[in-house]
Ligand binder design. Structure first.
Ligand code: ZN
Length: 115
């Protein structure tokens, strides 16, 4: 009685079959066998499967992307803040002389001879 090729050793044993899948599941990034299968497989959202090494790389890359986005947001906010401060500084710079001039004018008016 001959084997019909149900597994690498001609066995249909479930764990051996799973081992075969583990060997056949390759990483989406490096194409190396992930050594995982089924519920063991590593996915990020619906993307994968990943070997452990690539999973950590991808995970870090995603985290870095989030950090970069966050940094960009902070930079933008800081820039807006700086611009507002500049506008306020401008207003103060331009207002002070005006009020001084007004004071000076009023003083001159008060010093004018009345009558
Ligand atoms: Zn990989």
């Amino acid at each position: 009685m001959g084997h019909t090729g149900t597994g690498p050793h001609g066995s249909s044993n479930d764990s051996e079959l799973l081992n075969t899948y583990r060997w056949h599941e390759t990483c989406a990034w490096c194409s190396e066998p992930t050594g995982r299968a089924g519920e063991d497989s590593i996915y990020i959202d619906d993307i994968g499967p990943w070997c452990e090494e690539c999973y950590h790389k991808v995970r870090n890359a995603i985290d870095n992307t989030k950090t970069i986005e966050l940094n960009n947001t902070i930079t933008t906010l800081r820039k807006l803040c700086d611009e507002s401060l500049e506008v306020i500084a401008d207003i103060i710079d331009n207002w002070m002389p005006v009020t001084d001039k007004v004071k000076h004018l009023r003083q001159q008016l008060e010093e004018l001879p009345h009558g």
